[in-house]
Each structure stands twice: as C-alpha cells, then as structure tokens.
Write a protein that binds this ligand. Structure first.
Ligand SMILES: [Zn+2]
Length: 279
C-alpha cells in the first residue's frame, strides 16, 4: 500500500506563512492498494490538487476509484465540488460512508452543491457514481484488500477504516475523541487498531488545549499515543492538525509525543501535505 497526504488540517483550511510546511488543506489522503486500486480517504480541500494530478496522470484514460467519507462535516466534503475527475464522463467512483440520520450519501452531496451554496449543481458531475453505505463491523473487499469499518466518537456519525492486505495493515481514524467512550469504548479501538503497521489518527489537541474542547469530537495527542501503544501499532501519523496550530506548534506536539512514547518501538510522525508512506 502507498499513501500520499493531500490535506492534513482539521476544521477549516488554514493557508499562510505560518502553516506552509505542514500545509493548510483540510483532510484528504490518497491510498493505492496493492492491486493499484485508488482509495481516497476524505474529500477536504486537499482533494482538489489530487484531482488535478489524477487528470494529468490519466492521460485521457478513465479514472476509477473509491472515495471514503469518514463523515460529512465541511472539512471532509468541501473539496468534493472541486474534484475535477468527478466532472469527466467515463470516470467511475464508489462513494463510501456512514451518513447520519435518514439522508443518503448522495442526498448530502447534492445538498452541498445546491444553488444557495454552490454555482454548479451535482447533476453536472458527469462521472458515474455508486454508493456504498457502511456501518459498524461491516466489511468489504477491494481487490485483494480486506476493508473493515468502526464507528468513532464524534459529534456526528463518523467511521474509521482498516485496510489489510498481504499481512500489512493501515488504519485511517480521524475525528475521534478517544477521551469519550460513546458510542465506542477505548478497548474497541485498541482491538480495531491491533497490530497495525500504520495508524493515521486525529491529534487536533494537546492535553492543555483539549481542556475547554471536551465533547468537540477530537483527541489530544496523548490519548492517541496511548491507543497506539496498547494496540501495538508500529508507525503512528498525527493528523487533522488544529487550524490554530502553526508549524512550530505542530513540531512541538511531535517532539512531546515522541518523548512521551520513549523507546518502546513506536515510530511517530506528524503528517504533512505530499508526505508519502509505503506499507
Ligand atoms: Zn474534521
């Protein structure tokens, strides 16, 4: 599996001099599975430059892939109307997610692009779309990769995903407040992440800034370290950085997280735009 991060920021885009190293685009990760299948995790503003790259690489050939929406808050869908491959006839995408309430994935995306919010309606998207709603403990196969989902602790229904192929495992788990135990207790996250080669997790807060943000649906890095340690994760990527954290503050979070983990075998990184991972 190969990963490229295209947006690592949470909540709202945060461009500018003070965030240029980690990047200001909201959540989006490109994943290539062993068979070459394309899976995009979240459609924050990072999906716009990813879409341009896919168009350049595609050289007129149709693009097929999957887009996993962890949930449907702005920072995870706001890039979708700017994802150019969605406007190209012949392209084909399966949209995966766990929508809250009675709305379908399609209805939520149509609503985002209604004329009050956006100049071009969803019906102008010429690609073919398929929809795959998921829920707790549902699994599916993409090529030779086994894919599982778990509901996480956010303010709206939100899912994490685990990819397993050829003995290698990647978990993408964002917008998860580990300090809470509803709807999912900590022990279930440990089981879900068990033995992962790579865990990508929301680390929006420090232990200090978490105070005052209880119930907002995000974790402090300290809780993320605890999860990675207890689950026996090999590499941890801190993700969904707070828009208020400038580059030096994310650096400091990384230093503190590494110090906290010590030399117990967990490697820790802070995700930045265009960072690449091989698993
Ligand atoms: Zn978010």
């Amino acid at each position: 599996m190969k990963v490229v991060f295209w947006g690592v920021r949470g909540s709202t885009p945060s461009p500018g001099e003070s965030t240029v190293r980690y990047g200001g685009n909201t959540s989006c990760m490109e994943l290539r599975l062993g068979g070459g299948e394309l899976v995009i995790c979240d459609a924050g503003t990072g999906i716009r430059p990813l879409g341009l790259k896919l168009l350049r690489e595609g050289e007129g050939e149709p693009t097929k892939g999957y887009i996993f929406f962890s949930h449907f808050h702005w920072d995870h869908i706001q890039g979708f109307p700017f994802f150019r491959p969605a406007f190209v006839k012949g392209n084909e995408f399966t949209l995966i997610g766990a929508p809250p309430g009675d709305e379908t994935i399609q209805e939520i995306l149509v609503r985002q692009m209604n004329s009050v919010n956006f100049p071009v309606n969803f019906e102008y998207l010429s690609a073919d779309f398929h929809y795959q709603p998921v829920s707790n403990n549902v699994s599916m196969e993409i090529g030779a990769t086994h894919v599982r989902f778990i509901e996480v602790n956010h303010t709206s229904r939100c899912a994490a995903v685990r990819f397993e192929e050829k003995g290698k495992t990647l978990v993408y788990m964002t917008d998860n407040e580990l300090e809470r135990s509803s709807p999912t207790p900590f022990r279930n996250f440990v089981n879900f992440c068990n033995g992962a080669d790579v865990l990508i997790h929301d680390a929006q807060y420090t232990p200090e800034t978490y105070g005052g943000h209880e119930g907002w649906g995000h974790s402090s890095w300290k809780s993320v370290i605890r999860l990675a340690m207890e689950a026996g994760v090999k590499r941890l990527y801190l993700y969904h950085h707070d828009p208020e954290s400038d580059d030096s503050e994310v650096d400091e979070i990384l230093v503190r997280a590494k110090s906290s983990a010590g030399d117990r075998g967990l490697e820790i990184f802070a995700a930045h735009e265009r960072m690449e991972i091989s698993i």
